[in-house]
Design a protein around this ligand. Structure first.
Ligand SMILES: [Zn+2]
Length: 91
């Protein structure tokens, strides 16, 4: 699922952010508060935590689930748990 289509991004077209020489379009959903980015070069999309250093990708299982789900339309308590799951492996 394309997160742009289901989430209420602020701003709607995303905010262009440069991290480590790559450009990303960042979406924060107004309704559920989830953060997503799209790699401006590859078009790859993933769920992230926003940090002072840039974006931290969420655990792969969380990433897949968030990208598969339509917007829950409200912040979910379980999202806090999802955000705290450490990501396995590299990449
Ligand atoms: Zn949302």
């Amino acid at each position: 699922m394309d997160f742009w289509a289901t989430h209420q991004c602020i701003p709607a077209e995303g905010r262009l952010v440069n991290v480590g020489g790559r450009s990303y379009r960042h979406c924060r959903c107004e309704k559920c508060g989830r953060d997503f980015v799209e790699d401006a070069q590859s078009g790859e999309q993933y769920a992230v935590n926003v940090s002072v250093f840039g974006f931290d990708r969420l655990a792969e299982e969380v990433n897949r689930r968030w990208l598969d789900q339509p917007c829950p339309q409200r912040p979910l308590a379980s999202d806090e748990t999802d955000r705290s799951i450490p990501r396995q492996g590299g990449g």
